[in-house]
Design a protein around this ligand. Structure first.
Ligand code: FAD
Length: 516
């Protein structure tokens, strides 16, 4: 048995040991279950963590019933789709589907309407120290609680929420430490220190980028402002505009500290525990413990950031299919030249923004040649606009956004490989054109990822050769009927099956942006 497999089994046993025989799975007590602790037990626990226990409600609860608060309700209405406000709330989630489920607690419905708890946890620990996290893990373990970890609530798969759960909320654990010569624990004596930053688990990308610009370095991070810089983004992989140069987030991780299922606080890196380090670099969500800090390698600032908008449109119905199909191949050519980006396909054609640190005009013209050629087809048009930003922070200030906040968005994705783009584009575009425009695909990330660290991480192997995260999405109004929600969820399942038929068994996707 490999050491890795042994450790997986050991962790499983740890998780199932209390109150369960070896053949029984462990209880996951939720609010309302008979095994949920009584109120006096909760209050004793709250006392032990200096009053950091928070009763958790959906974000619109301040506008309803007994939780109504006129001033807070006004703020909630004004800030409803503001990702900064939303990530500051214990019970708010980016995708309403993970906040309300099929429940009702709408921001604009009458004060007298019921506010159902939906899917949010019942209690959260507003953690401000490692000791708070250790206490919460031990309490959850002792009482067999259904435990979740919430950082920003951005998760596409709903892993940071859970109906009636007990939550550890890391958002207020902030802090950054910049170092010129970081040496990981256990590094052989002769090894040199490297430039690095240690982030506390509540840090968010825009804050990190602003601080990095003061230090004149860059950190490989997400293309979003409020996504957590040290939570689920990392444990799922972490794609970035800098991924072509420096790999995924997990590839830049030098060390992490975490609280494991026993409540122990550990330092994990390739010297202290290679298997554990492998597992947290892609193993996803909070599967392997609660991260209490992460240390990333930092990199010198590029001399400039080149940006290009590329659009290839069909000017007739008959040219749409060739434009769409050939755009997938052209996207591969573009990534071969080191461009990363974000884009979408529509009933008009292909649109994308591409980014290259230190990129030159000559490199762009060569890289975009395949898009230009598509534009030369009969009834097709090509347009490109390019410019440079002096610094990464200038790009961030202009372009970073947090889309789809407070929507019921879900998606079904695959990592697009050159084989899919060149040999299976017809099948992918068949699927697109059979769907309605609402579901048309978008690229949450385009890029050829530096593979140097790939075999040392647990992200899906298809990242080795992928060129984009390609997703079909769906959305619905909060007030949609249960039948409509079921139909739309089922559509995503059907799309996932269809993706599976196209890619075959070797296909895969980005776990953080998959169909739950
Ligand atoms: C607007 C938006 C933009 C995005 N942009 C990008 C992007 O550019 N690149 C990219 O790769 N992805 C991107 N994503 C996807 C993103 O990586 C996932 O949503 C990710 O799960 C967010 O992690 P979080 O910690 O911020 O969110 P949460 O929902 O709080 O947590 C996500 C998961 O991580 C776990 N977790 C959180 N903190 C910890 C911790 N301290 N220890 C252990 N487990 C923890 C949670 O339990 C949950 O399982 C984006 C998502 C959104 C909504």
């Amino acid at each position: 048995m490999s050491l890795f497999l042994f450790k997986v089994l050991a962790l499983f046993l740890l998780n199932t040991s209390s109150n369960a025989s070896p053949t029984q799975s462990r209880r996951h007590c939720r609010f309302g279950d008979t095994c949920w602790p009584d109120e006096s037990t909760w209050q004793a626990f709250n006392h032990s963590i200096s009053g950091r226990l928070v009763r958790t409600y959906p974000a619109a609860a301040v506008c309803h019933g007994q939780t109504y608060d006129a001033a807070e309700c006004e703020v909630a209405k004004a800030e409803w789709d503001n990702s900064f406000w939303r990530t500051n709330q214990t019970g708010a989630y980016t995708a309403m589907v993970w906040e309300l489920g099929n429940g009702q607690c709408f921001i604009n419905s009458s004060r007298n309407d019921a506010c159902q708890p939906g899917l949010v946890p019942h209690y959260s620990v507003n953690a401000t120290s490692v000791a708070d996290i250790q206490a919460a893990v031990r309490f959850a373990s002792d009482k067999d609680l259904y435990l979740v970890v919430k950082n920003t609530g951005h998760d596409h798969l709903g892993r940071s929420t859970g109906r009636g759960a007990f939550s550890i909320w890391t958002h207020n654990l902030k802090g950054r430490k910049w170092m010129k010569n970081f040496v990981a624990k256990g590094v052989p004596e002769q090894a040199k220190g490297v430039a690095a930053v240690t982030l506390q688990p509540g840090e968010q990308w825009l804050d990190v980028y602003r601080a990095a610009s003061q230090e004149r370095v860059i950190v490989v991070g997400g293309a979003a402002r409020t996504v957590g810089a040290a939570g689920g983004w990392l444990t799922g992989g972490g794609h970035s505009p800098f991924a072509n140069a420096y790999g995924l987030g997990v590839d830049n991780l030098l060390e992490a500290t975490l609280v494991n299922a026993k409540g122990e606080h550990l330092t994990v890196n390739q010297y202290t525990d290679r298997d554990y380090f492998y597992a947290i670099r892609g193993g996803g969500g909070s599967s392997w413990g609660v991260l209490t800090s992460v240390t990333y390698r930092t990199h010198p600032e590029p001399s400039h950031i080149q940006v290009a908008f590329v659009q290839v449109n069909a000017t007739s119905n008959s040219s749409l299919r060739p434009v769409l199909e050939r755009s997938l191949g052209a996207l591969v050519n573009m990534t071969d030249s080191g461009y990363t980006g974000y884009g979408y396909l529509s009933g008009a054609g292909f649109t994308s923004l591409f980014i290259k640190p230190n990129g030159t005009d000559a490199q762009l013209v060569k890289a975009a040649a395949a898009f230009y050629e598509i534009g030369q087809l009969p009834e097709a048009a090509f347009a490109m606009l390019n410019f440079t930003f002096p610094r990464w922070i200038d790009y961030c200030n202009m372009f970073l956004q947090d889309p789809n906040i407070a929507q019921n968005v879900m998606d079904s994705s695959r990592l697009l490989t050159p084989d899919m783009a060149f040999n299976k584009a017809d099948k992918i575009i068949d699927m697109m054109l059979e769907l309605s425009e609402e579901n048309y695909p978008f690229f949450n990330f385009i890029g050829k990822v530096n593979p140097a660290e790939r075999n040392k991480t647990s992200v899906h192997p298809v990242w080795h050769n992928s060129r984009a995260v390609m997703s079909f999405g769906t959305n619905w109004n909060d007030t949609a009927s249960d039948a409509e929600k079921r139909r739309k969820r089922q559509l995503l399942v059907d799309i996932s099956k269809r993706w599976g038929n196209i890619t075959g068994p070797s296909g895969g996707t980005y776990a953080n942006e998959a169909n739950p």
